[in-house]
Ligand binder design. Sequence first.
Ligand SMILES: Cc1cc2nc3c(=O)[nH]c(=O)nc-3n(C[C@H](O)[C@H](O)[C@H](O)COP(=O)(O)OP(=O)(O)OC[C@H]3O[C@@H](n4cnc5c(N)ncnc54)[C@H](O)[C@@H]3O)c2cc1C
Length: 456
Amino acid sequence: MKYDVIIVGAGPGGIFSAYELIQKNPKLRIAVYESGFPLEKRHCPIDGQKVKSCIKCKTCAIMSGFGGAGAFSDGKYNITNDFGGTLHEHIGRSQAISLMKYVDEINIAHGGEGTRMYSTAGTKFKKLCLQNKLKLLDASVRHLGTDINYIVLENIYNELKDKMDFFFQTPIDSIEILSDGYRVHYGSDFADCTRCIVSVGRSGSKWMESICRSLDIPTKSNRVDLGVRVELPAVIFSHLTDELYESKIVYRTEKFEDNVRTFCMNPNGIVVNENTNGIVTVNGHSYEGAEKQTENTNFALLVAKHFSEPFKDSNGYGESIAKLSNMLGGGVIVQRFGDLVRGRRSNAKRIEEGLVVPTLAATPGDLSLVLPKRILDGIIEMIYALDKIAPGTANDDTLLYGVEVKFYNMEVDIDENLETKYKGLYIIGDGSGVTHSLSHASASGVYVARKIAEEM
Ligand SMILES: Cc1cc2nc3c(=O)[nH]c(=O)nc-3n(C[C@H](O)[C@H](O)[C@H](O)COP(=O)(O)OP(=O)(O)OC[C@H]3O[C@@H](n4cnc5c(N)ncnc54)[C@H](O)[C@@H]3O)c2cc1C
């Protein structure tokens, strides 16, 4: 079968490429190959009762399938160049923002109407942060919420499914370069195309590495973010979250001059387990619907670790630390801030007597046995700094779950068209290492689709 365009991966990057291609040229023959399931068949077996932890499904329903890693996420689309990726370094700052806004319009038109857009523009919190050695990053954020995010994906799929060929549970094994295009191989079968867009996200990172090796496409990698997820009563942060929803705040530590930052803030949300290749780490969600909201807010505090030569395996470093917490706690460890600073472990009784009711059943323990001193010191310093703008953050009963790890894909060598050294082979989204978020990944999809439509 010969297609004009083959898209590998149906996460936000792949979906928005497909959407934009068909808008620009409805005659294009497009195929989307996805290793996971269609949206309605994506079910994680962990139910908290019969199945309590990851059973290592062949295809992880959380990370793979239509909607990609973002399908059950909080659906926070941050419109900013300050974080979420470095797309602007390839395509320019104003173009990146305008594409993110366009993605927002599509989400609104497909079920996101009525959801709120928050913004840091003109906020008094910028000054308050600066007065306390904190920096509030600029962003507008559309919070779809896990429930609406799902509806948007469903609506987009219904619009696309008759206009192109979708192949689910069809992981692409390899890409072959032909004289007039590309051949993707899957099982004993293959399909050809003139243009190929690869958007395989975090779950496809190892595969992406192997493809780059086999096609001799240069890559580099040296970063991992490590830290904890903080959970506290929602009222402590409500002045910030009511106005901004998600505030990305950066603190520069006094001791090591490391940057610690807040990440993925979930007002009235829940803390959840995340399973990456069998290693259990922590993450957070929040729902738009009031019936599913809790009295707590959670967010991550992360320290970025950049390594230099000769060490190359930054993700391996993050995995080892996460494995340590799994070894000690059988999964995620939870500790009261008061216990951490007193140098003692938390136990079930202390957690139970605390004022913060945990939303995740984690093992009470001691994070100082897991996280390197430099990272833990940075986190403690930042909690005291945050306490000045949100008094109560450094309360003894504030809960810290560990570890939270943000793995980064290696960065693939792509040009200003997001194209590799092979004409017509594009690598976009988180799989390229250039984006790390829903809005940047989606915008990269629209960008290459427009480039291709212009040429074809
Ligand atoms: C729990 C969670 C919550 C998150 N919350 C947010 C948030 O609120 N806001 C935000 O901005 N970001 C969030 N993120 C990050 C966000 O989901 C990603 O940045 C985004 O999904 C990246 O999009 P992508 O298309 O590049 O990759 P992905 O979404 O990872 O999609 C890649 C797809 O490619 C498929 N694939 C991989 N290899 C192959 C292959 N060989 N053949 C065929 N298919 C393949 C995968 O199955 C997957 O479906 C969250 C992530 C997680 C895990």
